[in-house]
Design a protein around this ligand. Structure first.
Ligand code: ATP
Length: 347
């Protein structure tokens, strides 16, 4: 098997909490607490979960926007989490980001031409002015904006068009992986679909790897290959899209999915309302972090943390989940798969 474009091993990011009279560290926000995944060339992995579960912190850690507490981030076989900044520079080109807010992520004082030319110049990707112009024009074509729009300013574009410019700017660096952090969340529904389609087309055309961070499972369903579900700083389940949507193997995923509308009336999911709020990442629950809200929790869940491990899945390989239910017999396990099979049959 070829080396994954991105590998994240047991990543931890604990933010210190300062307080007291002397401003010392009084505790930590365990924002990301042992997260591992990898992404292959041409693959989209979506990282989903409710607000505050640590998705953006994973994205920022991968981009090395801050130092991590522990773990490894490996880009194309090379560890970048401990790389000195001089060596990191060329690696930075290979990982680009598209942010949520297309209004604040583009410099209002730069014309589109300069926004796109900047990474090409900075990373030395054009040998002369003519090549630079040609690359800028090709980027406009790629994101389906008219070439003459390069002379305009960001404020002259709609939200969706600005996001296209944001995507073009990311592509300008000729990256291997794009991290989309809630890249379509701020857009209107119809525009969302267009940008998702564009990202999907570009990914196929360019063979990019993509980490798609989103709280919106309905969007993810349309564009991803695999999904990783996060809860309170940990990944609780990873699976190919089809398996995850048809037969979730973690109660949290099951609850998240129950809120996603299903187009076919006969296949409607029963809505699961979770009790209580997400606990604080400053003081996460012992045992399984989800046990305080889990409808199926039993004694073991309150004391013993379940590891992420392979679970049986009739739909295919590569399904992992962190849940003690899978040690029970299929008859006792509410996630053993019958619901998923029924849903799939109705599709
Ligand atoms: N710089 C920081 N200092 C302290 N705590 C932080 C910092 N950044 C994030 N956190 C905390 O870490 C936890 C995870 O935040 P993060 O932004 O990664 O979550 P998220 O899943 O991306 O949610 P959202 O979509 O709302 O941003 C939250 O409790 C957040 O308050």
């Amino acid at each position: 098997m070829s080396t994954p474009v991105l590998q994240v091993n047991d990543l931890k990011k604990h933010f210190p909490l300062r307080g007291g009279l002397l401003g010392g560290t009084t505790g930590y926000v365990y924002a990301v607490d042992g997260v591992s995944f990898d992404i292959a060339k041409g693959e989209t992995l979506s990282l989903v979960g409710e607000s505050g579960c640590g998705k953006s912190t994973v994205g920022k850690a991968v981009l090395r926007l801050f130092d991590i507490t522990a773990g490894q981030v490996i880009l194309d076989g090379e560890r970048i989490d401990d790389m000195p900044s001089g060596t990191l520079r060329p690696m930075r080109r290979r990982m680009q980001v598209v942010f949520q807010d297309p209004f604040s992520s583009l410099n209002p004082r730069m014309r589109v031409r300069d926004i796109l030319a900047e990474p090409i110049r900075n990373f030395g990707l054009a040998k002369d002015g003519a090549e630079l112009e040609a690359k800028v024009a090709a980027l406009m074509d790629k994101v389906r904006l008219p070439r003459d729009a390069v002379n305009r300013w960001p404020h002259e574009f709609s939200g969706g068009q600005r996001q296209r410019i944001g995507i073009a700017r990311a592509l300008a660096a000729e990256p291997d992986i794009i991290i989309c952090d809630e890249a379509v969340s701020a857009l209107d529904v119809s525009v969302k679909a267009q940008i998702v389609n564009l990202l999907q087309d570009l990914q196929k055309e360019l063979g990019l790897a993509m980490l798609f961070i989103s709280h919106d499972l309905a969007i993810v369903e349309h564009m991803t290959h695999r999904v990783a579900v996060m809860y309170l700083g940990k990944i609780v389940e990873v699976a190919p899209k089809r398996s995850l949507f048809a037969a979730p193997k973690h109660p949290y995923t099951e609850a998240l999915l129950s809120a996603v509308p299903v187009p076919e009336p006969g296949a409607a999911r029963e809505r699961i309302i979770l009790k209580g709020d997400v606990p604080s990442p400053i003081n996460p629950p012992k045992g399984c972090r989800f046990h305080t809200r889990c409808p199926y929790a039993f004694d073991r869940c309150r004391t013993e943390e379940p590891p992420l491990r392979a679970v049986a899945d009739a739909l295919g390989e590569g399904h992992v989940a962190a849940c003690h239910l899978h040690d029970l017999s299929p008859a006792e396990n509410p996630l053993s798969g019958s619901k998923g099979a029924a849903l799939l049959a109705a599709q």
